[in-house]
Design a protein around this ligand. Structure first.
Ligand SMILES: [Ca+2]
Ligand SMILES: [Ca+2]
Ligand SMILES: [Ca+2]
Ligand SMILES: [Zn+2]
Length: 470
């Protein structure tokens, strides 16, 4: 069974590639679909950068793609060359937010000889690798788009440009690491994505795929293949409780992921022990050796709602960790107000019933850490503050007893499942709570180093049926 989608026949190409000899890895062939003068063919002269010797913009971009193809080719095993179509074209973009890239397989196959799961879609490159022959000769296996407006159109991610070096550590903050983005998109095309319709919960053309066969809902205690369409619609926004059930990722997680950001409470508090918190993208990170310890104080800024910390406030003496409700102003504003009041740390309480607040943003001068907790946990702290007359102490730290990004009860790595759903992004990425940041989180973080490590991505692809190179 064969189904083609995403790519129209205008992208069909004719190729005369020989099957590779038996060797470790896979050959990944890049096919440049850009028109003359644009994208991968941009003739603008540039200086070599970070190990990339290209002398035109187009050549450098192709070199980055070639480097990513080499990295993935040395990681996965296939006797059949994997053909990747690629182009730079304008994608959704505004001044402060934009799509960097998009990619997917061009066709999927089920019930081919040797298929590891019956009645299940496998992406083209994976199916080829398992059968040992090209199931769609002359067609590309995956296609990847990159945002050609970045660095060209001033209204698109203003002030940012692509970085074409291979040395992420020298990548300036104002530049986006193209190697990381290409490596990320190739992973999607190799099957790091699920194909369910996020509006209806229906399987793609009636069958599950090899990725979603591994999605597990810890609230329901069932895999996605065992859910009804209606249950999948609920499950796709079950923030924090949607996890990857495959063994390879689960085994690799403890050595890949760091300690979990936590708030620790004494025995008499409602939240006794260690609870998980979300870390902010701004301010200093938590550490395991030096916890931030202090009494919690609910912010009272005198302007309703008084606990949102959007106006300056004072902390009572000896109360050093500000508890602030989400909403009304930027997270960074709340932290700056708490810092001015003498706080050592900030806890922001979600104002939505599900999950922890996404503490994004940036501001100069922030010197104290900020963490986020669920609405339920925030309410428990407020109740304890009332019960104990303000004497509620917490320790904010990295807790080595737990891995970040992992559901503590099941030991399984979380998938990105925001509410509301983000079609194309939800469920087909690891959750943002993973730290260090993973290549396959929904946003590209500037600390990624795909030339050094693809972190958990190969393990995930192995769980979908790929053989990894030795
Ligand atoms: Ca193929
Ligand atoms: Ca207020
Ligand atoms: Ca992360
Ligand atoms: Zn992605």
């Amino acid at each position: 069974m064969h189904s083609r989608y995403l790519v129209t026949s205008t992208l069909l190409i004719s190729l005369s590639l020989m099957a590779a000899n038996v060797r470790a890895g896979a050959e990944i062939v890049v096919v440049n679909f850009d028109p003359p003068g644009l994208g991968f063919n941009d003739p603008t002269p540039v200086a070599p950068v970070g190990g990339n010797a290209g002398t035109t913009l187009g050549e450098q971009r192709l070199n980055v793609f070639g480097r990513a193809a080499e990295i993935w080719g040395a990681t996965i095993e296939s006797p059949v060359p994997i053909i990747v179509g690629a182009l730079f074209s304008p994608l959704d973009c505004a001044e402060t937010t934009g799509v960097l890239g998009a990619a997917g397989p061009t066709s999927v196959f089920a019930d081919f000889p040797g298929a590891p799961l019956a009645n299940t879609w496998h992406v083209s490159a994976l199916a080829d690798s398992l059968v040992g022959e090209d199931l769609a000769p002359g067609e590309i296996d995956l296609i990847a788009f990159f945002n050609g407006d970045i660095g060209v159109n001033p209204g698109c991610l203003t002030g940012l440009d692509w970085y074409n070096g291979f040395d992420h550590e020298n990548n300036p903050d104002s530049e986006l690491d193209l190697l990381a983005v290409v490596s990320h998109e190739i992973a999607h095309g190799l099957g790091f994505l699920e194909l369910t319709d996020s509006d209806t919960g229906e399987f793609f053309l009636g069958l599950p795929d090899a990725y979603l066969a591994n999605i597990f809902d810890t609230s329901l205690g069932r895999f996605w293949t065992e859910l009804s369409d209606a249950e999948r619609l609920v499950s796709q926004v079950n923030t924090g409780n949607l996890v990857w059930g495959g063994d390879s990722v689960t085994l690799a997680a403890p050595s890949t992921l760091g300690a979990r950001p936590s708030a620790q409470f004494s025995g008499r508090a409602t939240l006794r022990g260690s609870i998980e918190v979300a870390e902010a993208s701004f301010g200093p990170a938590l550490s395991s050796a030096r916890p931030i310890v202090g009494r919690i104080a609910l912010a009272d800024d005198g302007v309703a709602p008084s606990s949102d910390g959007c106006e300056p406030f004072d902390l009572r003496p000896n109360q050093k960790i500000a508890l602030i409700d989400r909403g009304g102003c930027a997270f960074t504003q709340k932290t700056l107000n708490a810092q001015a009041a003498g706080a050592r740390g900030v806890i922001i309480v979600n104002n939505l019933p599900q999950g922890r607040p996404p503490l994004g943003g940036a501001a100069a001068g922030i010197e104290i850490p900020t963490v986020g907790v669920t609405l339920e946990e925030g309410n428990a702290m407020k109740a304890d503050l009332a019960r104990f007359k303000g004497a509620l102490v917490t320790r904010l730290r990295l807790d080595r007893s737990f891995s970040s990004g992992v559901d503590a009860n099941s030991g399984l790595v979380r998938l990105f499942a925001p509410d509301p759903v983000q079609p194309g992004s939800s469920t087909s990425h690891f959750d943002t709570s993973a730290s260090p940041n993973l290549l396959m989180e929904p946003s590209i973080n500037d600390d990624l180093a795909p030339s050094i490590s693809l972190d958990l991505s190969p393990a995930l692809l192995e769980d979908t049926g790929w053989q990894l190179a030795q």
